[in-house]
Design a protein around this ligand. Structure first.
Ligand code: AP5
Length: 211
């Protein structure tokens, strides 16, 4: 499967991708994780990225695209697709993604919806390096101002699944699996030409969805 996960910081994109990666067999690819690995590796690119990340700003596209292209070229992504988390974040990045080697669009865009106060509470409790009040505020502003229009742009091209993220992790996962299953196995239209006694369809019964 090829899925894009979007949502404000702290909405649970990474958490859900980890669980769904196990269940769907596609790798979780997070540009945030790729950038944090680059920071840890300590090269020039990593040091540059860190300045943007600590301030809650977007890292320049060139650096993010380079890391993502390399990750998409790995065998698991080539064979099994991807659960992409954190990229694209802008319409410009979405356009770049369309031409990136190894990228093959999305079966669906999954948006985790979370009210601002819950985001602030969750990230204050997590305390990652870039979870300072100032950085979270800026990441939220960027999400609303820049990423939300990108989500609308993607929704014109791919099916959009919106799920409330302010519920227990397993409840969110269960709903996501149900909605993805419905997307992959849409309930068939009741037959019209062969309606007749004993078919059940005449009584308005819809066929059971395939599992
Ligand atoms: P990134 O790592 O992508 O951060 P983010 O989008 O701000 O998202 P988070 O990782 O904070 O949250 P999440 O939605 O994954 O939630 P999580 O599962 O962790 O990016 C970091 C930075 O990298 C950016 O600010 C930018 O600088 C740079 N960057 C990344 N991609 C870029 C790009 N494309 N272009 C340019 N720059 C880029 O959960 C959060 C917390 O909530 C956890 O503690 C978790 O345990 C908890 N939690 C999760 N789900 C639930 C639940 N249902 N109930 C209760 N608690 C929950």
């Amino acid at each position: 499967m090829r899925l894009l996960f979007v949502g404000p910081p702290g909405s649970g994109k990474g958490t859900q991708c980890e669980v769904l990666s196990q269940k769907l067999g596609a790798p979780h690819i997070s540009t945030g994780d790729l950038l944090r690995a680059a920071v840890k590796a300590g090269g020039i690119a990593g040091r540059r990225a860190q300045r943007f990340m600590s301030a809650g700003r977007l890292v320049p596209d060139r650096l993010v695209l380079r890391l993502l292209e390399a990750r998409l070229a790995e065998p698991d992504a080539r064979a099994n697709g991807y659960l992409l988390d954190g990229f694209p974040r802008t319409i410009q990045q979405a356009r770049s993604f369309e031409t990136l080697p190894g990228a093959r669009g999305f079966d669906a865009v999954v948006e985790l919806v979370l009210p601002r106060p819950v985001v602030l509470e969750r990230l204050a409790a997590r305390g990652r390096g870039d979870d300072s009040k100032h950085s979270v505020q800026r990441r939220l502003d960027i999400f609303e101002r820049v990423t939300a229009p990108m989500v609308a742009w993607c929704a014109e091209r791919y099916p959009l699944i919106q799920v409330a993220g302010d519920r227990p992790v397993e409840v969110v996962t269960a709903e996501l699996l149900r909605r993805l299953d419905a997307l992959r196995n849409p309930v068939a239209e009741p037959p019209t030409a062969t309606v007749g006694p004993g078919t059940g369809a005449a009584d308005g019964d819809a066929p059971e969805p395939r599992r």
